[in-house]
Design a protein around this ligand. Structure first.
Ligand code: ADP
Ligand code: MG
Length: 256
């Protein structure tokens, strides 16, 4: 086999991030092969969001390497000023991020919300983007809602627009940070169903979630994060159903 066949879609090595004297990520290592879903579990404050934000350079770690496909950033060796920003922006362009709250533009239609990024940030032709955006809205079950405004949608529908918007940027990977934790319970399922759908279509995803049943269904790999360290890494059978570490067991018993 050639080396490229072994090259994962996401490669993270030795990631270290502090806020002041608070050491939040303490040497994170993992790989995500193309087409797989990685679920990140961990208590509040364990560093999950910081990890996800570091993957697309919304946070700039002090040390470590993040590579997504052909874009690799070694944060310790990051150039200063404009050259460094160019590197982090290239990395950011590799991933789409879906947050807990959607941040849709309230005065733009659903379709315009999806079209905006590719047209403005990527300077792609509007007509092509509109066609793609309609297909994406269809894919998340909102094909007939393009001309409505965000406030006319439920929270679950708004999150699905957020997913379509992330996909419209044609990212290599999609990062989800607790995408359902701000939703009323009856709206959680429709959003998780869309994410499951993406995973089964071969998207590479990293998902922070407390939805354990969903994690079991979707995860090719589960990382359990505790105080900025991955203390357990494996399949969901291993990490969720048969954890080796006491800390993992205690965490799971609290949320199950
Ligand atoms: P999680 O997503 O697992 O709840 P976070 O990554 O959000 O954890 O936060 C990990 C730790 O880093 C927490 O103690 C949090 O208070 C701290 N932290 C996160 N972002 C910042 C920031 N911008 N400035 C200072 N501290 C931060
Ligand atoms: Mg978080």
């Amino acid at each position: 086999m050639t080396e490229t066949e072994h090259t994962p879609r996401i490669r993270v090595r030795g990631l270290e991030k502090s806020f002041g004297d608070r050491h939040v990520l303490r040497g994170i290592d993992f790989d995500s092969p193309a087409g797989t879903s990685t679920v990140v579990l961990g208590a509040s404050g364990s560093g999950k969001s910081t990890l996800l934000r570091s993957l697309n350079a919304l946070e700039v770690p002090e040390r470590g390497v993040v590579a997504i496909d052909d874009v690799e950033v070694d944060f310790a060796g990051l150039a200063t000023g404009r050259a460094g920003r160019r590197e982090t922006e290239r990395l950011r362009g590799q991933s789409g991020m879906v947050f807990q709250a959607h941040n849709l533009f309230p005065h733009r239609t659903v379709l315009e919300n999806v079209v905006e990024g590719p047209v403005v940030a990527q300077r792609r032709p509007r007509e092509e983007v509109v066609a793609e955006a309609r297909a994406l809205l269809d894919q998340v079950g909102l094909g007939d809602r393009g001309d409505t405004y965000p406030f006319q949608l439920s929270g679950g529908q708004q999150q699905r627009v957020g997913i379509a918007r992330a996909l419209a940027l044609r990212p290599k990977v999609v990062l989800f940070d607790e995408p359902t934790s701000a939703l009323d319970p009856e709206l959680v399922g429709e959003v998780l169903a869309v994410i499951k759908d993406l995973a089964s279509q071969g998207w590479t995803t990293v998902i922070v979630t407390h939805e354990i049943r969903f994690a079991r269904q979707v995860a090719d790999q589960v990382l359990f994060l505790d105080e900025g360290v991955i203390v357990e890494k494996g399949t969901s059978d291993e990490v969720i159903d048969d954890p080796r570490e006491d800390r993992t067991r205690r965490f799971l018993s609290r949320i199950l």
